[in-house]
Design a protein around this ligand. Structure first.
Ligand SMILES: NC(=O)c1ccc[n+]([C@@H]2O[C@H](COP(=O)([O-])OP(=O)(O)OC[C@H]3O[C@@H](n4cnc5c(N)ncnc54)[C@H](O)[C@@H]3O)[C@@H](O)[C@H]2O)c1
Length: 330
């Protein structure tokens, strides 16, 4: 089993650091003693929220800036030991409605970061948040790092390009870069304003408000839900590991579960809400990928990472968080 190293005096930049995954990374880094700069453009409808850094506000520097602004990135990449690259356009549906925006943020933004690092800090450890959406529909199961990549939406294609840019900079310039392909991540500090992405957290809101949770189709498709603190461990561990340089890893769970089962567990944990079924809307059906079961064997073998939190335990912690703080997230 892995143990994260202390990071006293080390400097880390977290792009998208006011968002869900980025802010949880910032919390962990502060806990390990790092000096953290959060770099976030505060773009809507994404998950940025100053409440996400409330408990660590005294210990982090917050820079409101965009990854599409090359000069700003250059200024803030200088002197960092680590960059956790969590900024992104994160909605599958929006990537289809506005492909130019997705291209701009998920390709140009990432290229800016890599060029800034290459010119001013080429030994910073960079960890990129990739996604299982880079794969598309499963051709075999469990999905591993050798699986072909055929994304079914613009988001998946541009995230894949983002990963390939990162790995290219490792290959050509020897930069210490790693990509983790994350599955559905849930947990504390996720936005609950809308259901454009982060469906499990959205279901928690519906249940807390005693509303109906609509499942399209049979709900039998298998999915994986990773608790955010396990994912944060994987990101920090990848940054600390020598072996991970120039590599990419699939990050997943011990057990996939039917989508319907996930919704029922949310209702059970919250003790309110109701699951109802409806036919698939056309725009969602078009980008639906069916069963997704992935393997984290490579991450376990090379990084020692494996998920520590069961789905039930993660859900309990998440619901407890929002019972207290829901008004800050809706
Ligand atoms: N949450 C998941 O289930 C999941 C799964 C796979 C991959 N990912 C990836 O993880 C990363 C973080 O996602 P999240 O779930 O925390 O989303 P989020 O919306 O909570 O956070 C994203 C943050 O990035 C910021 N941002 C967006 N564009 C920016 C730009 N151009 N410059 C600076 N900041 C910008 C937003 O303001 C927001 O705070 C993304 O790259 C996403 O693709 C997330």
């Amino acid at each position: 089993m892995y143990k994260l190293k202390q990071m006293k005096g080390q400097k880390a930049l977290v792009t998208g650091g006011l968002g869900f995954i980025g802010s949880n990374v910032a919390h962990r880094l502060v806990g390990l003693g790092a000096k953290v700069t959060v770099y976030d453009a505060c773009l809507d409808p994404y998950g940025w929220n100053y409440a996400n850094v409330r408990e660590i506000r005294e210990h982090v520097r917050v820079v409101k800036a965009d990854t599409r602004d090359f000069d700003k990135l250059c200024a803030h990449v200088k002197g960092q030991d680590y960059v956790f690259n969590c900024a992104g356009q994160v909605s599958h549906l929006d990537s289809m409605k506005d492909p130019w925006l997705d291209l701009d943020i998920n390709c140009k933004g990432n290229l800016n970061l890599l060029e800034a690092a290459r010119r001013f800090n080429d030994q910073a450890r960079i960890v990129y948040c990739g996604t299982r959406a880079q794969i598309g529909r499963a051709m075999y199961s469990p999905i591993d790092e050798a699986h072909p990549t055929n994304p079914v939406d613009i988001y998946g294609i541009n995230k894949l390009a983002g990963e390939k840019y990162h790995l290219l900079y490792a290959d050509v310039y020897g930069m210490p870069v790693t990509s983790l392909r994350l599955n559905n991540v849930f947990g504390e500090r996720h936005q609950m304003k809308h259901c454009l992405y982060g469906i499990l957290n959205w279901f928690i809101r519906l249940a807390l408000e005693g509303r109906d949770i609509t499942i399209y189709g049979s709900g039998k498709q298998l999915r994986e839900y990773n608790y955010v603190q396990d994912v944060v461990d994987a990101l920090v561990l990848a940054g600390q590991s020598r072996k991970a340089k120039g590599r990419f890893y699939s990050i997943s769970t011990r057990k996939a579960m039917p989508f319907l089962e996930m919704a029922r567990q949310v209702v059970k944990e919250v003790g309110r809400g109701r699951v109802v079924k409806a036919p698939w809307p056309r725009e969602r059906k078009q980008i639906e990928v069916g069963n997704v079961v992935s393997s984290y064997r490579k991450a376990k073998r090379e990084l020692g990472w494996e998920p520590r939190t069961s789905f039930e335990a993660g859900l309990e912690k998440t619901v407890a968080f929002y019972r207290e703080r829901l008004p800050e997230y809706v």
